[in-house]
Design a binder for this molecule. Structure first.
Ligand code: DX5
Ligand code: ZN
Length: 220
């Protein structure tokens, strides 16, 4: 398989010192930064949006992996492009016209991902799988960091991996929610190749935690 990418979720950073957190990730040579945008409508929480991401863009060259937990995200694609997003992932549950939204992300020059809530079946993305660059399997219900990993997510990762490989597609699988150093091995074994970790990276020594994750990826 491809090289595994760590994408720490900024949601668990100390928001009074975001740039310091980013510096630690850069020092550890973390490839991507997961940016959770929440609208208080699709999810019961509000986080930050394009203006914040635009400011952070000046601080680092990491891949900006933007996870939109927003109703009808098609409305904001240009804003996130201008803010410097590299990857934009939308929830299948949020789009009236999922295919159109994915096409618009790619036409704007970004990589497009589609996310599935824990209760959403894989069949929902059957007809867009060959259009996306990434499938994000949510392993918690979106809205908050620090929740525990829902076990049935492993089965879903396996199912998505099977579809991608059967069709010979070049699509990554990202897993988001409750991933830690104990369960990340199983997550990778199931077929994921982009690993999100929020609390497991930011609670404690950011440099050390990121390094430990990336060592685990290498020893597989
Ligand atoms: C949840 C977010 C996740 C979250 C992950 O809605 O999409 O990215 O920040 O945090 P942990 O790793 O602590 O579950
Ligand atoms: Zn996320």
């Amino acid at each position: 398989g491809k090289e595994i990418i760590l994408s720490p979720s900024l949601l668990s950073v100390d928001f009074a010192h975001i740039a310091d957190g980013i510096k630690e990730l850069d020092r550890a040579e973390v490839p991507a930064l997961h940016l959770d945008v929440m609208d208080g409508a699709f999810v019961p929480n509000i986080s930050f949006g394009a203006p914040v991401i635009k400011c952070l863009r000046k601080e680092t060259n990491m891949i900006f992996d933007v996870h939109l937990m927003v109703e009808e995200p098609v409305r904001y694609i240009d804003d996130f492009k201008k803010a410097g997003a590299d990857w934009v992932t939308v929830h299948a549950e949020c789009c009236k016209h999922l295919h159109r939204t994915i096409t618009a992300i790619k036409e704007a020059g970004m990589k497009a991902g589609v996310a599935l809530n824990p209760a959403t079946p894989v069949s929902v993305i059957d007809y867009v799988l060959d259009e996306v660059d990434m499938v994000l399997v949510m392993s918690v219900n979106p809205g908050f960091g620090g929740q525990s990993f829902i076990p049935s997510s492993l089965r879903k990762i396996v199912e998505v991996r099977k579809l991608i490989d059967e069709r010979n597609l070049d699509v990554r699988i990202e897993v988001d929610g409750g991933v830690n150093l104990k369960n990340v091995g199983e997550v990778i074994k199931s077929g994921a190749d982009v690993i999100v970790a929020g609390s497991a990276v930011f609670n404690g020594d950011i440099y050390e935690n990121s390094t430990k994750f990336m060592e685990k990826f290498r020893e597989r």
